[in-house]
Ligand binder design. Structure first.
Ligand SMILES: *Cc1c(COP(=O)(O)O)cnc(C)c1O
Length: 380
């Protein structure tokens, strides 16, 4: 049974949530729900109050990411997973190329592979703990990879594949756990998309995409093409990026959103911008991450999983433990003490801790966490 080790109260982090998504939601975000209780919750998303909330989210994100002229912040229901299917229906013309180096980068590639009206995708694969970007390939019109591979703790560069623009191709970057932490030049992407339950410390179920004029044009053209006689493409209403764009321009979503989630998200974006935006968030997360990596380097029983230091994520930190110490036991003992979601990605199956060091997490709590892990390992 549980409670193998009791950590002294004084050593515990102030907040014990270290998940890689869902991740810590700040108490102020929950208070914002209370403040919006009668004005927003339980009211129509087609009326001014909720539309203003969505407008504030779109403007706040445009500011946070220093979005270039002509780019638009678009949102809809379903999370990043829904956006993958939307991209298959509404963004990939014929054939995509993928960098695949973990579970999340692979999932999108699998969807494209199964889409009956697309060619089989080109896959550029590397081992978990490393990354590989897609390479320039003839006939490819869409290049895809993940900014942060959440299953392994690997961060990648976001830079267009040379030659891809000349080819007329667009670049889609899954930024679900990287957005809000990793520096990014949005002009290097055509869709920089994410769900808000990671760095934006909200709930799941929503996707947000920052779209370039080329991506918007592509979405409209592909939907138009379905009207041609003999067209094989199918764009179901829910996967129509065109209708998501049309709705977002009116500060709405195609179907009913979680208003509570919008309130928490709006609060988080304002908090981030008020503190100094992406530069501040990045510095704060980099500090938390380096506290963990340095602790692991010093430790006799732990070491960073990702060997290439430049690819080590500052959003989700993966730390291998020596075989003599059971990560499973450590994770359970942490949980018994109220420190939760420190486990590695299930399917990766390593003897590993994985810590989400998103902006909401206090670096001082990361220090406390490392001490708690040491304490558990000493006392197990
Ligand atoms: C969490 C995650 C997803 C899945 O997000 P959902 O909101 O559950 O669809 C996709 N990609 C990456 C990189 C993630 O970290």
């Amino acid at each position: 049974m549980s409670n193998t080790v009791t950590i002294p109260e004084s050593m515990l982090p102030r907040d014990g949530r270290f998940g890689s998504g869902p991740s810590k939601i700040r108490p102020e975000q929950v208070q914002a729900l209370d403040a919006g209780a009668t004005k927003l919750l339980g009211t129509s998303h087609r009326q001014a109050p909720v539309k203003q909330l969505v407008g504030s989210i779109r403007e706040g994100l445009a500011q946070f990411f220093t979005v270039p002229d002509g780019y638009e912040v678009v949102l809809g229901n379903g999370g990043a997973t829904a956006f993958w299917d939307m991209a298959c229906a509404s963004l990939i013309t014929r054939k995509a190329a993928f960098g695949v180096y973990g579970s999340f980068s692979e999932k999108f590639a699998i969807e494209a592979d199964k889409t009956p009206f697309l060619e089989k995708p080109e896959i550029f694969r590397s081992e978990p703990g490393t990354y590989r970007l897609p390479e320039l390939t003839e006939y490819v019109d869409t290049y895809c990879w993940a900014h942060n591979e959440t299953s392994t703790g690997v961060a990648t560069p976001v830079k267009r594949i040379p030659g891809s623009v000349e080819q007329g191709a667009i670049t889609l970057v899954d930024a679900t756990s990287g957005a809000g932490v990793l520096p990014v030049d949005i002009s290097q992407t055509d869709a920089y998309y994410f769900s808000p339950q990671k760095a934006f410390g909200s709930d799941g179920g929503l996707w947000i995409a920052i779209l370039s004029p080329a991506a918007i044009e592509r979405a409209y053209a592909l939907e138009e093409s379905t009207k041609l006689e003999g067209a094989r493409r199918w764009v179901p209403a829910f996967l129509s990026l065109k209708s998501a764009i049309d709705n977002s321009r009116k500060d709405q979503t195609l179907n009913t959103p979680s208003v509570a989630n919008l309130i928490m998200l709006e609060n988080q974006i304002r908090w981030l911008n008020d503190n100094g935006g992406l530069a501040w968030a990045h510095a704060r997360c980099a500090k938390s991450a380096s506290l963990l990596y340095q602790w692991a380097e010093r430790s006799e029983y732990a070491h960073p999983f990702v060997e290439d230091e430049s690819a080590r994520s500052t959003a989700t930190v993966t730390i291998d433990l020596d075989d003599a110490i059971s990560a499973k036991q450590v994770i359970q003992a942490l949980r018994d003490n109220g420190i939760v979601d420190t486990g590695g990605y299930r399917k990766l199956g390593r003897n590993q801790l994985r810590i989400g060091v998103f902006p909401s997490v206090e670096p001082s709590d990361i220090v406390a966490l490392t001490k708690c892990v040491d304490y558990i390992v000493e006392h197990l």
